[in-house]
Ligand binder design. Structure first.
Ligand code: GLV
Ligand code: MN
Ligand code: MN
Length: 413
């Protein structure tokens, strides 16, 4: 069979997705494999075992990123593909996992058909993409791309207090390979859209041309706890109220700034968190995103201004700690066009699109031509155990990945 007619084995890919989803499985069909936990280790061990079964040469780098190399006919910079296998606490089974297992399926398809490529292929999964346990998100790929020094990354503390470097050692993934072990020729990531666009429009493939900027901060609010019944409203310094006011403010900000601006208060901790005690302290996170850097800066500035007024009016102290800040990213035009050409040849409906979520590809884009392939998320649901992508769409995404990687791996320059 000529390489042009090759197709992935979609059933085999589904089996691997199921087997990985069984590790850290949670009610509702999703997964909890927070980065560098025991369940993450079990997931990693499984994927590494599959890499070895397929004859890949496995390397783990000093931040726990894992790479499986399939040799090429020539010793040229490899084409890399992959994603992450860590999840949020209430994660689905496709986010990240599809990109890693899809790339593995490409390797197995090539192995079975006896197809050799000019350039080596590398299947990668990166540490702590989610940022749900350690901030920032995309940490492993950020370190890989030289955007965060290794020593600093190893010192990052988890939401449970653990030190990232210690957790890497504990689960056996503080690897020996240096950071940046491969300088890829190109990077392509297959991922579920995690939003509603493809599903709503009945389109199978998204060729992702850009990705919105991300601003994460953690606010600490200090007020005064007091009796809920006896303290007159005008004498309160209520950290709980202030936290709610921030949440309310950012929703209003998005209405003001239009559909391009999104904002989320996803985590609030109150202390002492009791029914009849005014909260003395609140810790909350604010996630702001926009595809336009100037507008994202404007959103940040307006929030900062609001926090000053709020602190004054309520008599509380508010401090902010930056957890992540990434500017919007444009993917490589040539790789995006290549994905489009492959999709057209394979006959799948497609469109160009923006990624609302952060992805490892945005970090790899700093060091090599990169782009992403999206497949639909049913009803746009993600970061939720109910996350789902239809089998036919997974097969289509796998085939677009296969032929995009094949073409890239035959390129001379
Ligand atoms: C990371 O996956 C994010 O977009 O929050
Ligand atoms: Mn993801
Ligand atoms: Mn995610």
């Amino acid at each position: 069979m000529s390489a042009g007619n090759l197709r992935i084995n979609a059933e085999r890919l589904q089996c691997r997705l199921q087997a990985l989803a069984d590790i850290g499985a949670i009610d509702g069909g999703g997964c909890c494999r927070l980065a560098l936990t025991d369940d993450d280790r079990r997931g990693r061990d499984q994927v590494v075992a599959w890499m070895r079964e397929l004859g890949l040469q496995v390397q783990v780098d000093a931040i726990g990123n894992v790479f499986g190399l399939r040799a090429g006919l020539r010793d040229l910079p490899p084409v890399m593909s992959g994603s992450h296998i860590d999840t949020v606490r209430t994660g689905g089974r496709f986010d990240g996992n599809l990109g890693v297992l899809g790339a593995l399926e490409v390797v197995q398809t090539l192995n079975d058909a006896g197809v050799q490529t000019e350039r080596p292929l590398v299947v990668a999964f990166f540490t702590n993409e989610e940022g749900a346990r350690f901030a920032p998100d995309m940490l492993g790929s950020l370190v890989y791309a030289g955007g965060l020094p290794l020593a600093q990354a190893l010192e990052v503390r988890a939401i449970d207090g653990a030190r990232l470097g210690d957790e890497l050692v504990r689960i056996g993934y503080a690897g020996a390979a240096p950071i940046g072990v491969y300088q890829p020729h190109a990077f392509v990531e297959l991922h579920v859209e995690q939003g509603p666009v493809l599903d709503a429009e009945g389109i199978t493939i998204g060729a992702v041309e850009d990705l919105q900027g991300i601003s994460w901060q953690e606010l600490s609010i200090t007020g005064q706890s007091n009796h809920a019944g006896t303290t007159p409203m005008r004498l309160r310094h209520d950290a709980g109220y202030a936290a709610a006011a921030v949440s309310h403010f950012v929703r209003g900000l998005t209405r003001d700034m239009g559909a391009g601006q999104v904002a989320t208060v996803g985590k609030i901790d109150l202390h002492p968190n009791l029914i009849n005690v005014i909260a003395a302290r609140a810790k909350l996170t604010v996630d702001l995103r926009n595809t336009d850097e100037a507008l994202l800066q404007q959103a940040e500035a307006r929030l900062a201004e609001f926090l000053e007024t709020l602190a004054r009016d309520e008599g509380v102290e508010i401090t902010s700690r930056r957890l992540a800040r990434f500017e919007p990213v444009c993917f490589d035009a040539a790789v995006v066009q290549q994905i489009e050409r492959v999709t057209q040849r394979l006959g799948y409906p497609q469109r160009r699109m923006t990624s609302g979520a952060g992805h490892d590809a945005q970090m790899l884009a700093r060091i090599c031509p990169s782009a992403m392939i999206f497949v639909p998320s049913t009803k746009g649901i993600s970061h939720n155990p109910a996350e789902h992508t239809a089998e036919a769409d997974i097969a289509a995404g796998g085939n677009v990945l296969l032929h995009t990687l094949l073409e890239l791996a035959q390129q001379e320059n």
